[in-house]
Design a protein around this ligand. Structure first.
Ligand code: NAD
Length: 291
């Protein structure tokens, strides 16, 4: 058993911290939100009123926060210099590559090992402990982070050096945004051409148009396995979060000089969709094509 500080106990972090408790760790939780803290307490975490108190004496610090500015503020104010230098630091938030690298450099300069370890999988996977972690950091930091991440996920993959986890995450989610929109267009056009959606699914799911948005997360109700489409596009992965990831992807593309016209177009389409329906599942973008 080790002592793990956990900062950010929202939709994702709440379930992740609970899984660390189930794995036998002593979890020291902090969140600005009192309700999130109460929930963590119910799940067996020890709660603290300040991040710097939670990290005191911890063997590891895990964070699951909304964005890069908050991650940088929390690490510079309350983690670096407050957690023991022997602690391994794991930021699981989805943030921009540049901030991830900057915070990891600050941590390393202060003598800590640190990884960026964003996740694939939503709230259900966070609760079930079946997330996929994409990890950036040195071999040594990865080796120390891996057993902790394994208690919260089904796959832990070392993507490369600092920031590589975030790079993998936004490239993956840019592709997801693009193939979701493409899948929505194909089903909508098939229907307008007189094809039954189930028949089109039966054909395309075993043909070259097959992709995850079709066969694991079909945007058409009643077709394919159970998905948010079967629940009025509620639950699942909110359009606002897809937009966040596409914005991060376009920021990174611009910095890296990568040419991503479809990524840009997907970002523009999700920007328009999320302005009206930010809380709706991202597959609900099909409704904008149907009228
Ligand atoms: P959330 O808003 O539910 O949780 C974030 C938590 O951080 C909140 O409880 C908030 O009170 C807390 N917080 C904010 N500032 C803080 C601070 N300074 N100190 C301590 N706590 C603070 O968000 P979420 O859905 O849990 O997402 C967390 C991260 O995971 C994001 O980076 C998101 O992009 C990523 N992510 C989310 C999903 C998803 O399906 N929700 C999937 C993959 C990745």
């Amino acid at each position: 058993m080790s002592s793990i500080a956990f900062i950010g106990l929202g939709n994702m972090g709440g379930g992740m911290a609970a899984n660390l408790v189930k794995a036998g760790h002593d979890v020291r939780a902090f969140d600005l939100n009192a309700e999130a803290l109460d929930h963590a307490k119910d799940n067996g975490c020890k709660t603290f009123m300040a991040a710097r108190d939670a990290v005191e004496g911890a063997h590891a610090v895990v964070s699951m926060l909304p964005n890069g500015a908050i991650v940088k503020a929390v690490y510079t104010a309350d983690v670096i210099g407050h957690a023991p230098r022997t602690a391994i630091l794991l930021d699981c938030s989805t943030i921009d590559v540049a901030t991830a690298r900057e915070v990891e450099t600050l941590a390393q300069d202060a003598g800590y090992g640190m990884v960026d370890a964003p996740v694939s999988g939503g709230i259900a996977a966070a609760n079930a402990g079946t997330l996929t972690f994409m990890v950036g950091g040195t071999d040594e930091a990865f080796a120390r982070a891996e057993p902790i991440l394994s208690a919260m996920g089904k796959a832990v993959i070392h993507a490369g050096g600092a920031g590589a986890g975030q790079a993998a995450k936004i490239c993956n989610n840019m592709l997801l945004g693009i193939h979701m929109i493409g899948t929505c267009e194909a089903f909508t056009m098939a229907e307008k051409l007189g094809l039954d959606p189930q028949t089109f699914y039966d054909i395309s799911s075993v043909s070259s148009g097959q992709n995850w948005s079709m066969t694991s997360y079909c945007p058409v109700p009643g077709v394919g396995p159970q998905s948010p489409a079967d629940n009025g596009y509620q639950g699942g992965f909110a359009a606002g979060l897809m937009l966040k990831d596409l914005r991060l992807a376009m920021e990174a593309a611009s910095t890296a000089g990568a040419t991503t016209p479809l990524g840009q177009h997907a970002k523009d389409l999700y920007e328009a969709f999320a302005a009206q329906h930010g809380g709706m599942d991202f597959s609900g973008i099909i409704t904008t094509l149907q009228d």
